[in-house]
Ligand binder design. Sequence first.
Ligand code: ZN
Length: 265
Amino acid sequence: MIKLLEKYSWISWVFVIIIAIAIFYISSLIFESSVGGKFGWKTIAYHFLAFFSLAFFLLPALVQGNKKPFIFWGIVIAVLYGISDEIHQLFVPSRHFAISDIMVNSCGILFSSLIYTISLKLRGKANKSLFMDNCRFCQIAQKKVQDYVIWEDKNFIAFLDVNPVKSGHCMLIPKRHTDYFFDLDDELYLGLFKTAKKLSEPIRKVIGAKRIGITVVGFDVPHAHLHLIPLQGSNELFDPKKFRKAKPDELRYIQEKLKDVLDSV
Ligand SMILES: [Zn+2]
């Protein structure tokens, strides 16, 4: 939820304004008897919850997950609003300025900022386990480096290879760091190929290729990736001149060895 409030910060600002206006309006109400203004548990609950809510929406709107110094300024703004709310009550008949209210307001604000700080810390930890330092593809997935991204969703991202074998050569990667392709969990593995199928036709049409070839190598960058390569003919990825005719004995020997192991799979 906090992430959504950061992403759509205008919603957070709308809530901040509504809560601020509500606080101002309630502080403008005149008590019918002097009992109403006493410092009871209802007053404590009201002040705590009102300023907790104000900070709950103000902090994501200001900080948006990455401008951490703004947490301090968010707290300052909320506390100042709490003080101005008490000053305002000096001018309302039957109300008065109360330091105790400011203390409770500040407790609500600090509790809200504590929750927000914990959420940022947990998110940081989750991201650390998803990504790896010094991995170029993790940096692309996190948008830490400029690259030629052509498509992305929650789990995968596709971008142009800066050293293309052919024009339009793309990379498709899972955002989560995994080095060896066959270490991907089944869900990501299948998702990667499904995504490759989805992207291949639009890429083929735009580049004007006959087919889209796929290869997996994985020694260049230690982050599982699929090459999507627009092809015009059959010899572009594999050079037939490099192929050699295998001897039947050699083929039979490897066949037996592999069959023995694969029988139990
Ligand atoms: Zn990585």
